[in-house]
Design a protein around this ligand. Structure first.
Ligand SMILES: Cc1ncc(COP(=O)(O)O)c(C=O)c1O
Length: 367
């Protein structure tokens, strides 16, 4: 990545390597021809590697929200009883989407900065033995929290015969989330976060159990799983794919494979450790509860009486670095730094140096 460019430290989209951007120049081929079939096959294989799954993965020409919509509308129906949690913008959206298909939703409502625990799940499960599905956001990007009890929660959910849906839009490819070993039936992610590809693609892995469940669900339209499965046989997508993004994706996934998943995960961890250590050293309060802290989105409280937008603006104007404000009621109260994709120590160092100067400067700005 050229350093004359703006450094994108957002919780998505993230920085994209030059070779990945370059790959998009190869853009127009026949999406019903042999070259596309090869591209499609390679992408399936590379995605399986990153997802750690043997399952089919639908590649959607849509943003991550399309992935969530695909997951909910293909696998949840009116007579389902779904357990979910809310603790921020994206878990709220998932909750609303599940409600919109008419299912009964059992919501574990947590405070912003907190997350769903194994005990929360077990308490709710006790009263809802007839629940058919668990649908949750693993990494709540709006508050910088993760469901670290995921493995235990999924184990019980699968033992109870529930279908499991996980939104890992801002974590898959940066955090070790082995789809098959964890028992995730429907696993959602997007191109523009840890996969370090430009925005515009969403991915959903689908287990055999989920495919079976979908047989009884009619979901005619752009996100109909049955069409994606039918065209998958031909190594194609049902509708015209966003070709430039497919080329970019192949390039970014090749880079991940070349580095090796374990190395990629360790790099993300080292970088988020650096960000959390910086915050501790500079006495910047971390927003989430300690046990809930995300490895890919670091959310810090804005110093008393200061506005997140002032910090974000100084970072942009004076340091050419993009970081994000909070969401909704956290808008001016939190700053969020993304730690995803081609993140490395040098980039984090540059960001923390700029943030240190910015935090000093902000003291003299009247609140
Ligand atoms: C956890 C989570 N889910 C879903 C989405 C929606 O993705 P998109 O904005 O690409 O539609 C996001 C986006 O940031 C996200 O962080």
């Amino acid at each position: 990545m050229g350093y004359n460019k703006t450094l994108i430290m957002l919780p998505g989209p993230t920085n994209v390597a030059d070779e990945v951007l370059e790959a998009m120049k190869e853009s127009v081929i026949n999406h019903r021809g042999e070259d596309f079939h090869k591209l499609y096959n390679e992408i399936q294989d590379l995605l399986k590697y990153v997802y750690q799954t043997e399952n089919f993965i639908a590649t959607l020409s849509s943003s991550g929200t399309g992935g969530v919509e695909f997951a909910v509308t293909n696998f949840i129906r009116k007579n389902d009883k779904v357990i979910t949690y809310t603790a921020g913008e994206f878990s709220e959206r998932m909750y609303e989407k599940i409600k919109s298909v008419g299912a009964e939703v059992i919501r574990i409502k947590k405070d912003l900065g907190d997350t769903m625990s194994f005990d929360d799940f077990m308490n709710v499960l006790d009263d809802n033995r007839d629940a058919t599905c668990l649908a949750i956001v693993f990494n709540e990007t709006s508050t910088g929290t993760s469901v670290w009890d995921l493995e235990k929660i999924l184990k019980v959910a699968k033992e109870k015969g529930m279908l499991t849906i996980v939104d890992s839009v801002s974590a898959l490819g940066g955090v070790d989330l082995p789809t098959d070993r964890l028992g995730i039936d429907v696993h959602i992610t997007g191109s523009q976060k840890c996969l370090a590809c430009p925005p515009g693609l969403a991915f959903v892995s689908v287990s055999k159990e989920a495919i079976k469940k979908n047989e009884g669900i009619s979901n005619y339209g752009y996100f109909d799983l049955k069409s994606y499965l039918k065209f998958h046989e031909k190594k194609e997508t049902p509708y015209t794919p966003a070709l430039p993004l497919f080329f970019a994706l192949r390039a970014s996934l090749r880079k991940i494979k070349e580095e090796g998943l374990d190395n990629v995960f360790q790099r993300h961890k080292r970088c988020s450790d650096m960000l959390y250590s910086f915050a501790a050293k500079e006495k910047l309060e971390i927003f989430p509860k300690e046990y809930a802290r995300s490895l890919t989105v670091v959310a810090m409280k804005t110093p008393q009486d200061k506005k997140a937008s002032d910090i974000v603006n100084i970072m942009r104007r004076e340091h050419n670095i993009e970081i994000a404000k909070g969401f909704g009621e956290l808008n001016e109260k939190v700053i969020r730094v993304g730690c995803m994709g081609i993140i490395n120590e040098k980039i984090v160092e540059k960001t923390t140096q700029a943030l240190k100067i910015t935090m000093e400067k902000i003291k003299s700005i009247p609140s």
